[in-house]
Design a protein around this ligand. Sequence first.
Ligand code: HEC
Length: 103
Amino acid sequence: MKRHSKAIPVIVVVFLIAVAAALAGCKSNAASPAATSAPAAADGATLLQERCSVCHTTDRITQARKTSAEWDTTVTRMIGKGAQLSSEEKTVLVDYLAATYGL
Ligand code: HEC
């Protein structure tokens, strides 16, 4: 019985170390996606170069001046033609176009 009562604190300490290690692991795991998500999301200029130069040069885009609503209409039309943009990327691109080539 004496052996058992001595063994219990050792188990508790080992358990606490394991919990602490697990929590430390969770913290570093939670931090890494946040740190990598910013570079993963393409910005408007990159989307323009990568997705809008497939069928024509970007000249007709960079020479145009449109309102935000008009850019939205144009980009929606280009997606209808086959431009590859997720709805999130479309929002980023339309915001970029309106800010850079806006009226
Ligand atoms: C699948 C091929 C294709 C892709 C990809 C594409 N376009 Fe176009 N685009 C066209 C064609 C074809 C025309 C000419 C016919 C027309 O205007 O409908 C055109 C014309 C245009 C014009 C001139 C007409 C207007 O409405 O002002 C603009 C501006 C334009 N595209 C912007 C874009 C942007 C921005 C992107 C990126 C999201 C893009 N395009 C991607 C096929 C494409």
